[in-house]
Design a protein around this ligand. Structure first.
Ligand code: INI
Length: 158
C-alpha cells in the first residue's frame, strides 16, 4: 500500500493570485498573507503574479485565462463576499466557487479558494489576519501542498 501526501515545497514553482478589488481592505490582507506564506516556503517572489479583478464574480474568468497560459502551477483565488440586504451575495458567492471548481477540474491546474463569505465586516477582518487567522495563508498553503501532491502522483506513474 502506498500513501501519498503533499508537502509545502515552493522551490521552482509559479503561482498566480487572483484578487477581487471589491472589499479591497480585506482582500489586500489576504493577498499579503498568501504571498508571504508562498515565499516562506521557497517560492521566488518574482514567481508570484497578482492579478486584480473588479469583484469575486470576475475571479473565475481571470483564473481560466491564467490557467490557459500554462505558466502557473497553481492559482489562488482571493476575495471577500459580504452579505448585504439582497440575494446578490448568494449569486456572487456561488458563482465564484462553482466556477473555480469547474476550471480546476477542466484544466488540471490547482486552484484554491481563498474567497471568504461572511455576514459582516467584523467577520471578514477576523479572517484576514486577526483572531480567525488569515484565509489567504490557508489558501496559499493548500495550493503548495496540492501542487506537490499532484507532482508526486504524476511521478509515480512514470
Ligand atoms: N463582489 C465581491 O467581491 N464581494 C461582494 O461582497 C460583492 N457584493 O456583495 O456585491 C461583490 N459584488 C460585485 C461582483 O463581484 C461583480 O464585480 C459585479 O457584479 C460586476 O460583475
Amino acid at each position: 500500500m502506498t500513501t501519498y501526501n503533499g508537502y509545502p515545497n515552493g522551490t521552482d514553482r509559479r503561482f498566480a493570485l487572483v484578487c477581487a478589488r471589491f472589499n479591497d481592505l480585506i482582500v489586500t490582507r489576504l493577498e499579503h498573507g498568501a504571498r508571504d506564506i508562498l515565499v516562506r516556503h521557497g517560492v521566488d517572489d518574482d514567481a508570484i503574479d497578482t492579478v486584480w479583478v473588479p469583484g469575486a464574480w470576475e475571479i473565475p474568468i481571470a483564473a481560466k485565462a491564467l490557467a490557459a497560459t500554462g505558466k502557473y502551477d497553481a492559482i489562488v483565488a482571493l476575495g471577500a463576499v459580504m452579505r448585504g440586504a439582497t440575494y446578490h451575495f448568494e449569486i456572487v458567492a456561488n458563482h465564484s466557487a462553482a466556477g473555480l471548481a469547474r476550471i480546476a477540474l477542466d484544466t488540471g491546474v490547482v486552484i484554491t479558494n481563498g474567497i471568504i463569505t461572511v455576514d459582516t465586516m467584523d467577520q471578514a477582518l477576523e479572517r484576514a489576519g486577526s483572531k480567525a487567522g488569515n484565509k489567504g495563508i490557508d489558501a496559499g498553503l493548500a495550493a503548495l501542498e496540492t501542487v506537490d501532491l499532484l507532482h508526486r502522483i504524476k511521478q509515480s506513474s512514470t
